[in-house]
Design a protein around this ligand. Structure first.
Ligand code: AMP
Length: 303
């Protein structure tokens, strides 16, 4: 039985950045998340694809449980087309073809219902609530996107009220709460219910708000960045994967701080190549090595 179950989109992404383009790259929130989280713990994916989908071996060869992926005969897999300018923190959606994703009604099988940790990746927030209601997980984390804040804010607010941790980027946190500073935005999100709020800040790092306390890391400095797609989901995979492996259902501040560092480092690998290319090849030793570098770079001794 997987320790960590992730529900989300499974996609073919067409991506354009100032540094190149890719057609029909394997993507989606559940895919980016699980490829990152499998570096830490056993992961099961719940999602839907059409019979045009040929990405399953990429997951199974890396030990990811794909028994929760539903294949709809005659259907086509969700396809997203996105573009980035030189500000890689802002994605522009050019096209979204929902395909089988339009009628996605996620159902958890018995083994998935009892997994101790659940990740609700980016899907319509009522579906996130439905999955949350089916699960017996002791720890639940949620991610979302600007689209749902725009068209389903009440549902998203309700979904946030039912989880332990929320992971959003800074723009989404501001848009959701109407607050200009991250501190106020995080406090407003926490007031909806979750104990833990993580705000991703793209190349500038990430911030953690928990029990009224703050922790922040910068972005890991990179020489080359090719494609930010999936950075948010691979951050979440590192963060939630690390916590799932720790076995704590109410993680303490020290675990949470380390989880933010792991999330940031996995995301830093993700953006060095297109789509899932780099994280597919990533191994735990490389992550641990870069986490040690990151620690050395970000700590100092008080005089
Ligand atoms: P991020 O980690 O925020 O860069 O998320 C990137 C992934 O989000 C891509 O691989 C897309 O396939 C996926 N995506 C884009 N739009 C949607 C949507 N409306 N619902 C679910 N997933 C999406």
């Amino acid at each position: 039985m997987p320790r960590l179950v992730a529900v989300g989109s499974i996609a073919y992404d067409s991506l354009e950045t100032p540094f190149g383009r890719r057609e029909r790259a394997l993507g989606g929130s559940a895919v980016h998340f699980s490829l990152a989280a499998r570096l830490f713990t056993e992961v099961g994916v719940v999602g839907v694809v059409g019979d045009d989908f040929d990405g399953e071996p990429v997951l199974t060869e890396r030990g990811i449980d794909t028994s929760g992926i539903q294949v709809v005969p005659g259907g086509t897999t969700f396809a997203w087309e996105g573009r980035y300018g030189y500000d890689l923190n802002v994605a522009e959606t050019l096209d979204t073809r929902l395909g089988v994703f339009e009628h996605f009604d996620p159902q958890l099988g018995a083994a998935h219902r009892d997994a101790p940790v659940l990740f609700l990746g980016n899907i319509q927030p009522d579906l996130q609530r439905s999955v949350r209601a089916q699960s017996n997980a002791a720890f639940v984390a949620l991610d979302s996107m600007n689209l749902w804040i725009e068209i389903a804010k009440d549902s998203l607010t309700a979904a946030i009220g039912e989880v332990d941790a929320v992971i959003l980027n800074d723009g989404e946190a501001r848009q959701l709460t109407g607050e200009a500073t991250l501190l106020k935005a995080a406090r407003a999100i926490s007031a909806l219910g979750p104990r833990i709020v993580v705000i991703k800040r793209g190349e500038y790092g990430a911030a953690l708000f928990v029990d009224g306390r703050f922790f922040g890391v910068p972005g890991y400095p990179l020489e080359e960045v090719f494609d930010p797609t999936g950075a948010g989901d691979s951050f979440a995979g590192g963060f939630v994967g690390y916590l799932a492996a720790s076995g704590q259902t109410s993680p303490d501040l020290e675990h949470l701080r380390r989880a933010v560092a792991y999330g940031s480092i996995v995301a830093s690998f993700n953006v060095e190549e297109f789509g899932t290319e780099r994280v597919q090849r990533l191994c735990r030793d490389e992550v641990d090595g870069r986490v040690r570098d990151f620690h050395a770079m970000t700590s100092f001794v008080l005089a």
